[in-house]
Design a binder for this molecule. Structure first.
Ligand code: PNW
Length: 657
C-alpha cells in the first residue's frame, strides 16, 4: 500500500498542536505565533535526505484511491448549494433606477475586450441582459431544487441599491433605490419560502462607476468607508433574514486582473501599457485595451493625490488590494458592533487562489523535493496568504512584507486591530486550479537566490519563485503543457482535484484554532472544454503524468468531449467532463473532512447557470443549466446532466436527517 505522504505529513504537524477553546487573549497571542510559525521550513514534513538521495515518486500520492464506503459522510448541516453573481446573471442593467457599474461602463466603452461569437448582438459582450434573473428568478429557484440545494450564494449589486455608490442615512432614512432593495427582498423571501438559505455576497466586482469616476474606486482609501456604509444598509435591511454574509469576492482576481493583468477585468487598468487613446487624437481605440479614464485618486491618507485620466500606474493592484481588505474589515466592524448580536449571522471574506503543489519529476532528489515543498508554501503565502492572513491574523505574511519592501503598504496598528479576526466566523475559499511550485533555476541549473533586503520590491519579490502551473508557460494566459491536470474550458482552468484537499489542509493548519465555523468552499466548478481552449488528446500532459507514475491525473479527453454551441445533443447538455470534475473535487473534499479532519462546512458549485463569464463572454459556460443567450428571447433554463447528478451526489454523500 502506498503511503499518503502529503497528507500524513500535514496531519503530523497538525496533531502535534493542542486544540483548546481559547480566550480572546489566547487567540490574539496565537495569531502572532501563526505568522511566525508559517515560514518554518521544517513544516514541510518530509524527512531530510542525503544530498543525492533520490525521491521515490511512488510516495507522492494524494490518497484519493480510498474506498469511499469506508469513510464517513458529510454532516447533515453541511451547507450545500450553488453560486452566481449579480452582474453575471441579473441583466436589467438600466432598469428601475440601477446605476452604472464599472463593468457596464467599460464593456460598453471597450466591447472588444470581451470575447463573443456573435458581435452582431449588442448584448453579447456585456451583462446588459445576461440570464435576465432580474425577471426570471423563479426559474432559477427551480434549478436549485433539481440539485437539492439547501443554500444559494448570490451577490447584491451595489449600484442597483446606490447608483452613486454613496449610501447615506439622513433623518433615519437611507438614500436607497427602493426598487432595487425590493428586488433583493423578493429574492431572499422566495428562497426562504423554498427552504433555501440565502448566502449573500456584498461585492462581486460590480463597483459603482460613479466611485471610479469620483476617486478611482478601490485605488482610493475613501472606498473603504463607502463600502462599509453600503454594507451597513444591507445588514439593516436584509439582516433579519440573511445569516450568512460574504463581504468581498476574490480580492486577488478583482485587483490583479482589474488593475494589472489584462485587459481582463473591468476597469481594465493594465500596468505598463499606454492608454488606449488614439495617438494625436482624443478618440478612443475601440479595438480594446487598457483604460485611462479614472478619477483623481489618493491611495491612502498620507499619499500624494494623483491626477484624473492618468496612465495606469505600477502597484495599482497592490493598493486596490490594500483598500479592499480594509473595506472588508470596516464592514465586519459595523456588523459586529451594530447587528451581529441581534441578528446572529456569520460574516467572512472569500479568497481565491490555487493550492500550490511542489513540482516533481523523475530523477529528483529528496532534498530538491523538500525545497520545492518550502517554495510551495512560500508561493501560497504570496498567492493566497496575502489576502487571507490580514483578515485572520491582522497583517500581511512576513515573507510578503520582507520581499516587497517599500512597495507594500503598511497597515496601521488601528487597522491591524480591525483586520485581525475579521474572518474568524468562517473563511470562504473559491477553488478551481492548482499550480506547480518550485525554486526557480538559472540556466546552469543553480538555484536563483531570493532577493536581499536591499533588492526587496515588487519586481524582485518573487524572482526565485517558480509558481506557474506549467513549466515553460508563454507570455499570455494560455499555458503550454505539462499543466497540472487537464485543460477545462477556460485558459487558467485545469482539472487536478487534489488541489481542494491540499488547500483545505493548508488553510486549516495555518489558521488552526482561529476559524470558528470552518472553511466554506464558496465556488468550485469548470467550463466544459470548448472550441476556444480545448486541448484534446493532450499527449504531453499524458506522458508527463505517466513519467511520474500518476497517469490518472493526465485526464485527457477526446475531440467529441469538446462542447459545440450548435450541438445540444453533445457534451453541451451531457456534460461528462464537468460531472467528472465535480465527482473528483467533491470526493477530495469529503476526504479532507473525513480523513484529514478538516473543518469544512459548505460547498457552493459554480455555477447554477451558464452566465456572462466576464472577459470570456457567453461561450465559456460554467453553468449546470444551459441558456441559449443569442437566440432565445425567453432565456429558458434547461438543466444539464450535471445539475441532477449533483442532486444525487448530495443524497449519497451527505447525512440525511
Ligand atoms: C471566479 N483565475 O473567477 C469568479 O468568482 C466568478 O465570478 C467566475 O465566473 C468564476 O470564478 C469562473 O471564472 C475567477 O484566473 C477568475 O485563477 C479567474 C481566476 C479564478 C477565478
Amino acid at each position: 500500500m502506498k503511503t499518503l505522504t502529503v497528507f500524513s505529513a500535514l496531519l503530523a504537524v497538525t496533531a502535534a498542536k493542542k486544540c483548546i477553546v481559547k480566550s480572546d487573549a489566547a487567540v490574539a497571542s496565537e495569531a502572532e505565533e501563526v505568522t511566525a510559525e508559517l515560514t518554518a521550513p521544517e513544516d514541510s514534513g518530509v524527512e531530510s535526505g542525503e544530498d543525492d538521495e533520490l525521491l521515490d515518486l511512488s510516495t507522492i500520492d494524494y490518497g484519493d484511491d480510498v474506498d469511499m464506503s469506508t469513510v464517513k459522510k458529510l454532516p447533515a448541516d453541511f451547507k450545500w448549494g450553488a453560486a452566481t453573481a449579480a452582474y453575471q446573471v441579473e441583466g436589467a442593467w438600466d432598469e428601475e433606477g440601477r446605476g452604472e457599474s464599472v463593468w457596464d461602463h467599460f464593456t460598453h466603452l471597450y466591447p472588444k475586450n470581451v470575447e463573443s461569437g456573435d458581435r452582431s448582438k449588442d448584448f453579447s459582450t456585456n451583462g446588459n441582459i445576461a440570464c435576465d434573473s432580474y425577471h426570471k428568478f423563479d426559474e432559477d429557484v427551480k434549478m436549485l431544487k433539481l440539485m437539492n440545494a439547501k443554500y444559494y450564494r448570490f451577490s447584491i449589486s451595489w449600484p442597483r441599491l446606490f447608483p452613486d455608490g454613496q449610501a447615506r442615512k439622513v433623518d433615519g432614512k437611507w438614500n436607497v433605490n427602493e426598487k432595487g432593495a425590493e428586488y433583493y427582498d423578493m429574492v431572499i423571501n422566495t428562497l426562504l419560502k423554498n427552504d433555501i438559505v440565502p448566502f449573500v455576497t456584498l461585492y462581486h466586482w460590480d463597483l459603482p462607476y460613479a466611485l471610479h469616476e469620483k476617486y478611482g474606486g478601490w485605488l482610493d482609501y475613501h472606498s473603504q468607508d463607502d463600502f462599509a456604509k453600503y454594507a451597513e444598509f444591507c445588514f439593516e435591511r436584509f439582516g433579519d433574514r440573511v445569516k450568512n454574509w460574504i463581504t468581498i469576492n476574490e480580492p486577488w482576481v478583482n485587483c490583479v486582473s482589474g488593475y494589472r493583468l489584462g485587459p481582463g477585468k473591468a476597469p481594465y487598468r493594465c500596468t505598463g501599457e499606454a492608454p488606449r487613446k488614439l495617438q494625436n487624437s482624443t478618440d478612443l481605440d475601440l479595438e480594446g485595451g487598457c483604460s485611462y479614464e479614472i478619477g483623481p485618486t489618493q491611495y491612502s491618507k498620507n499619499s500624494e493625490p494623483l491626477p484624473a485620466n492618468r496612465v495606469p500606474q505600477k502597484l495599482e493592484d497592490v493598493w486596490c488590494s490594500h483598500n479592499i481588505l480594509l473595506g472588508h474589515a470596516k464592514a465586519v466592524k459595523v456588523y459586529r458592533e451594530k447587528f451581529q448580536k441581534k441578528q446572529k449571522g456569520l460574516i467572512g471574506i472569500t479568497v481565491d487562489g490555487e493550492a500550490q503543489i511542489p513540482w516533481v519529476e523523475p530523477g529528483m532528489t529528496k532534498k530538491e523535493y523538500e525545497n520545492n515543498l518550502k517554495y510551495a508554501n512560500l508561493a501560497a503565502e504570496f498567492r493566497i496568504g496575502w489576502y487571507s492572513d490580514p483578515p485572520m491574523v491582522g497583517d500581511y505574511p512576513k515573507s510578503v512584507k520582507e520581499r516587497m519592501g517599500k512597495d507594500l503598504p503598511e497597515f496601521t496598528e488601528e487597522e491591524k486591530k480591525i483586520l485581525k479576526g475579521s474572518s474568524s466566523d468562517f473563511l470562504g475559499w473559491n477553488t478551481y486550479t492548482a499550480h506547480w511550485a518550485a525554486q526557480a533555476k538559472n540556466e546552469d541549473g543553480s538555484y536563483i537566490q531570493p532577493p536581499t533586503a536591499e533588492e526587496a520590491n515588487f519586481d524582485n519579490s518573487k524572482k526565485d519563485m517558480w509558481d506557474d502551473n506549467c513549466k515553460g508557460r508563454g507570455d499570455g494566459w494560455t499555458c503550454i503543457p505539462p499543466t497540472l491536470g487537464s485543460q477545462a474550458g477556460s485558459s487558467w482552468n485545469t482539472k487536478f482535484a487534489p488541489t481542494i484537499r491540499v488547500g483545505l489542509n493548508w488553510f486549516s493548519k495555518r489558521y488552526e484554532g482561529l476559524i470558528k465555523n470552518g472553511i466554506v468552499i464558496t465556488e468550485n466548478g469548470c467550463a466544459q472544454p470548448n472550441y476556444k481552449v480545448a486541448r484534446a488528446n493532450d499527449e504531453v500532459t499524458k506522458k508527463y503524468f505517466e513519467s511520474i507514475g500518476q497517469p490518472k491525473y493526465a485526464d485527457t479527453y477526446k475531440e467529441e468531449d469538446i462542447e459545440r454551441e450548435d450541438n445540444l445533443e453533445g457534451t453541451l447538455m451531457h456534460d461528462t467532463y464537468r460531472i467528472d470534475w465535480y465527482d473528483q473535487y467533491l470526493k477530495n473534499l469529503r476526504l479532507a473532512y473525513a480523513v484529514d479532519n478538516i473543518d469544512v462546512r459548505g460547498y457552493m458549485a459554480w455555477s447554477l447557470l451558464d452566465n456572462f463569464e466576464w472577459e470570456n463572454g457567453y461561450e465559456t459556460r460554467f453553468g449546470m443549466t444551459y441558456i441559449d443567450f443569442y437566440n432565445d428571447k425567453e432565456m429558458k433554463r434547461v438543466p444539464k446532466d450535471s445539475l441532477e447528478h449533483l442532486g444525487q451526489w448530495y443524497l449519497e454523500n451527505v447525512e440525511q436527517n
